[in-house]
Write a protein that binds this ligand. Structure first.
Ligand code: SIN
Length: 289
């Protein structure tokens, strides 16, 4: 399957793995996309969950304009990451004002499996991420298919979690992974913990998937430690080599993924000697059901 190339009217789609991810050719991001082209991209997004494009130069305004085709773009509560003039863009950079690596990973939470915006009532739909600078080694991004993660569970697990809800809390995950730079009181107040189903039905495909990740703190109605153990166990069970795709970046690539049926994480790199800069925006989706 991975070597199959399908030609459509305007774009070409080449699957990246047997199950997950596709590279899309033939899209010109320097002008507004026609509805037909966007429709083909959207169909591929639902089918492959992760789409890779190589636009080369992609000005921030074009990235935001493309994101808006999917829906309303989130203004992230962690405003220290907003990128000059575009509050829709969340920029992660380890470069100092002279363009030299500063030795600091900008957001260590991204190194742990998670799904964008699960800490909001209306959660993340598409994330659109663009690579401005990439290290020679490391700094990859991995994706895990959460439809497959759900389908692989035993009938016993499926029955156990069928009606379970988890509390998702950005303050919890931020403190765990980046506690030396915690949220401000105002940021914390803006995004109180919210509960979501552990098994959600994708609003467009109707398929069931696991919905957890690093922002999930506890299970509603369960003692805290028991819920934590269950979340850790399910997060581990979800990730299986057959269900994952690891992307090794090239500068000027863009990836679009569906947070409603995927987890993702980045891998480490040497932040003291290598630069890595990405800008990301996340489109708001639905309240999970
Ligand atoms: C993220 O977790 O949203 C960013 C992933 C990355 O830096 O590759």
């Amino acid at each position: 399957m991975s070597d199959v190339v399908q030609d459509m009217a305007r774009i070409t789609i080449k699957p990246l793995t047997a199950n997950l991810g596709a590279e899309i050719f033939g899209v010109d991001f320097s002008r507004d996309l026609e509805d037909e082209t966007f429709g083909q991209i959207h169909d591929a997004f639902l089918r492959y969950q992760v789409l890779l494009f190589s636009p080369g130069e992609l000005p921030p305004a074009s990235q935001v304009a493309f994101a808006r085709r999917f829906g309303e773009v989130q203004i992230h509560v962690m405003n220290q990451y907003h990128s000059g003039g575009f509050p829709e863009l969340y920029r992660l950079s380890n470069l100092d004002e002279n363009g030299k690596p500063n030795g600091k990973h900008p957001d260590q939470g991204t190194l742990i499996w998670h799904t964008d915006g699960s800490w909001r009532r209306v959660t993340g739909h598409a994330t659109i991420i663009y690579g401005e600078a990439m290290p020679d080694t490391g700094g990859d991004t991995l994706f895990c298919d959460m439809y497959g993660a759900y389908e692989r569970l035993s009938p016993g697990w499926k029955a156990r979690i069928a009606t379970m809800r988890a509390m998702h809390n950005l303050d919890f995950s931020r403190n765990r992974r980046h506690g030396h730079e915690p949220m401000t009181d105002a940021q914390r107040a803006a995004v109180p913990p919210v509960d979501h189903p552990v098994v959600r039905t994708h609003p467009d495909t109707g398929r069931k998937c696991l919905y957890l990740g690093d922002h999930a703190e506890s299970i509603v109605g369960m003692p805290y430690d028991e819920g934590r153990a269950l979340i850790d166990e399910l997060n581990l069970l979800a990730v299986h080599p057959d269900l994952t795709y690891e992307h090794q970046w090239k500068v000027g690539q863009m990836i679009v993924w569906d947070n409603r049926c995927l987890m993702h994480r980045a891998t480490t790199y040497d932040a003291a000697t290598q630069g890595r800069v990405i800008r990301r925006c996340t489109v708001l989706g639905q309240i999970p059901v």
